[in-house]
Write a protein that binds this ligand. Structure first.
Ligand SMILES: [Fe+2]
Length: 363
């Protein structure tokens, strides 16, 4: 087990999310000898979700997809993979808007000075639009995906989700299909949520225990049942921001859940099926549904076997029919009635964005 200082990440104030300067990293082999996940946790107020970097083995060496915070412990894990499978030759930052995926990129690039860095177009910074080199991206070895070419295209297919015009800059995601394994590497485009919580939460179960309580005076009981209950509630928060079943907000203990909250979890989870995250559907694709439809349709033509997102479950077994079904339900625009109340806050937020012209309306 890595010691505390090996998990230290000094750049956390750039995006101050829990667990701040302490980022434990776990490593899992997802597809034997081909694909690994390096996972960390991030969140706000104990709403903690996994964030994942993927390490893919190619003929030339290793490709890092969607870097996480490069702590000493995280770099040690990558170096161990390098010993067996070859050096890191390529780093891909596949998202234009996901700040949580961007903050670790400059440090990861510095840690592998011989690797080529590829980024999506339309990178933006807030509140000021700064050049990439000012944000710590090495300009000499940074290339823009699709514009400057595509890395390892003899082994990989690259697909763009977007660009979707947003207020500060576009949403654009570069997805990578590994022909050898049939795995589609994605970032935020799809998620699958289930009862399976990240292993890292077992080393610090406090976020799950916190959400499992009914009130502030309840004794803290750490049992598998309480962890599951807390995890399901935490997922509802992460996906809806404010779940409908949270009835009252108190000052000392913030949440009181209605009896039906568990049904809401099942309606959201859909037994762990792949889906467009509610936040993405309501806030990013609300005015640009066709762009998601185009991407789903493109994915349905790939001989895929796995989808590997950067959050929640991974890998998720899938095939072209999975994407045909997703496309069908996306085009039918039907939100299940169980989900309507839960999406109210997100829909309201989207209306505010439109009202104050924080997003472009003409499309
Ligand atoms: Fe993300």
């Amino acid at each position: 087990m890595a010691n505390k200082s090996a998990n230290h990440w000094p750049w956390w104030p750039l995006l101050p999310l829990y667990p701040y300067g302490q980022r434990k990293t776990s490593c899992r082999e997802l597809l034997a000898g081909r694909l690994w996940a390096l996972e960390q946790l991030q969140g706000i107020f104990y709403v903690v979700v996994p964030i994942r970097m993927l390490v893919l083995k190619l003929h030339e060496g290793l490709l890092l997809y969607a870097p996480v915070a490069p702590t000493i412990a995280c770099l040690d894990l990558i170096h161990q993979l390098e010993l067996e499978h070859g050096s890191v030759v390529t780093i891909v930052h596949p998202s234009s808007s996901g700040l949580e995926h961007k903050v670790g990129v400059p440090g990861m690039a510095r840690a592998f000075p011989n690797a080529q860095l590829w980024v999506t177009a339309g990178q933006w910074s807030f509140p000021l639009q700064l050049p990439l080199s000012w944000l710590g991206f090495p300009s000499q070895r940074t290339r823009v995906l699709f514009e400057d070419g595509l890395p390892h295209s003899d082994q990989l297919d690259w697909l763009a989700l977007g660009p979707v015009p947003l207020g500060p800059g576009p949403f654009l995601e570069a997805c990578c299909f590994d022909r050898a394994s049939g795995a589609l590497l994605i970032t935020d485009g799809l998620i699958a949520v289930s009862d399976h919580w990240p292993d890292l939460l077992d080393t610090n179960p406090m976020p799950m225990i916190f959400h499992s309580r009914e009130n502030g005076s309840e004794t803290i009981a750490d049992t598998p049942e309480q962890r599951l209950k807390g995890w399901r509630r935490l997922v509802l928060f992460a996906c809806y921001l404010r779940p409908a079943a949270v009835q009252q907000v108190f000052r000392l203990f913030p949440f009181r859940w209605q009896n039906n909250w568990e049904q809401d979890f099942h309606a959201l989870s859909k037994s762990g099926a792949l889906q467009v995250a509610p936040i993405l559907e309501e806030l990013v694709f609300a005015r640009h549904r066709q762009l998601m439809a185009d991407w789903l349709s493109e994915c349905s033509r790939l001989p895929l076997q796995w989808v590997v997102p950067a959050h929640f479950d991974a890998p998720v077994a899938a095939d072209p029919n999975t994407f045909k079904e997703l496309l069908k339900s996306w085009l039918s625009k039907k939100t299940s009635t169980d989900e309507v109340d839960n999406r109210k806050l997100l829909k309201g937020f989207n209306k505010q964005l439109e009202k104050y012209r924080l997003v472009p309306l003409n499309h």
